[in-house]
Design a binder for this molecule. Sequence first.
Ligand SMILES: Cc1ncc(COP(=O)(O)O)c(C=O)c1O
Length: 380
Amino acid sequence: MKPFSKPIYITRPLLPNREAVYRKIDEIFDSQWLTNNGPQHKQLEKVLVDYLQVSQLSLVNNGTSALQLACQALRLSGEVITTPFTFAATPHVLYWNNIKPVFCDIKENTWNIDPDKIESLITPSTSAILPVHVFGNPCNTKMIKKIAERYGLKVIYDASHCFGVRINGQGIGNFGDISTFSFHATKIFNTIEGGALSCNDPTIKMRVDLAKNFGFQGENSVIVPGINAKMNEFQAAVGLLVLNIIETEVEKRKKLTRLYQDRLNEIKGITFLDKIDKKVDYNYYNFVIRVNKDNYGKGRDELYDELKKYNVFARKYFYPLCSQFQCYKNYPSSSSKNLPIAEKISEDVLSLPLYGSLTDGYVNKICDIIGLLGANKLCD
Ligand SMILES: Cc1ncc(COP(=O)(O)O)c(C=O)c1O
C-alpha cells in the first residue's frame, strides 16, 4: 500500500472561519482593549458558564495556569495524590506549588485514577486529590467524593480533555472543588492557548480572579501575591468563534470514531476504550488504541515506527508515565510495585489521528495499514 501523500497528524486545530476572525480583529482594534477583562473576555466567560453548565468560571491564559491557580485558591500544601497517566503539566504544577505529587495507579478499563488505591496513599500531609478525566472519559466522581469527604481532602479535577462532557446531563466542571480546562490549540475547543477554572463557590472564583491579575483589588491595592495568568482579547474572540462550530466538530469525530471502532474490531490484538458509560455525553476528543504484541504480532513501538513510513504520525499518549520522569522517578510512589496497571497501559497505548476534517477514506486507509502491519490477523 502506498504511503499518504502528505503527513497525517493526530490532530488539526479547529479553526473558525477566516473572515469571521478578521471581523473580530476589527472589533478588538476599534475597542482598543487588548487584554485585562475586555469585552471579548467578558462575553466568553458568560457564554461558557452556560455552555459548560457551571455556576462559576474564570478564564486564564492556559490549562497549566488553571491548575496552578487551583492549588493556590484551595491553599493546598504537603502532598497531593494524582495519576501518573497524564500530561506533564499535572504533576509539575504541584511541584511548582511546593507540593509533593504522590502517584496512584489507574484502572485497566478506564485509564483513570483507581479510587480503590487512593486511601492507602493518604498520609497526615495529604491535602488533596488531583484526578484527571483522561481522554475526556470521566473519573469515578462518586467514589472520589466519598474518600475526599471521609479524610477532609480537597479535589481538583484536571478536565483538560473534557470540554463539553456531561454526566447524566450535568456539566463535567461541577465535580470536586475546582475543575480545570485547557483550551490549547490541540484540544477539541481552543482559544489558541488558553484555559479556565470552574467551581461552585464564588469565594474560590474571587480568589482565582485576584490571583490571575497580580493580586490587584482595584487600582491601588494588591491583596495577595498573584501572578499574570490573564486570557487576552484575541484568544477570547477565537474562543467565541470556535464555540459556534464545536458541536459539528464533535459529531464528525463521533462518526469517525465509530468507523475506527468497526474497522479495528476486526484486527486481532487491537483494543480501545469502547465502554464509556452510557450516562456520559462524550466529546470524542481523541481515539486511542492498545496494542497487544502477542496477538497483533507487533508491539506498540513497532506499530508507531511503521505507521510513520506511511506518513501517519500517531502519538504515544501517555508514555512515559509522569512517575518515570527524571524529576519524579525516585519518589516512593513512583515504584513499579505501586503502579503495575499504569506501567502496562503506558507501554501499549497509541493515539491515532482524529479530527473533523479527516475523511472516512483516510480512516479506512489508516485501518487498512494497521491490518496489513499486523500480518493480517483478523478476529474470529
Ligand atoms: C491532562 C492535561 N493537563 C494539563 C494540560 C496543560 O494545558 P495547557 O497546555 O493548556 O497548559 C494538558 C495539556 O495538554 C493536559 O493534557
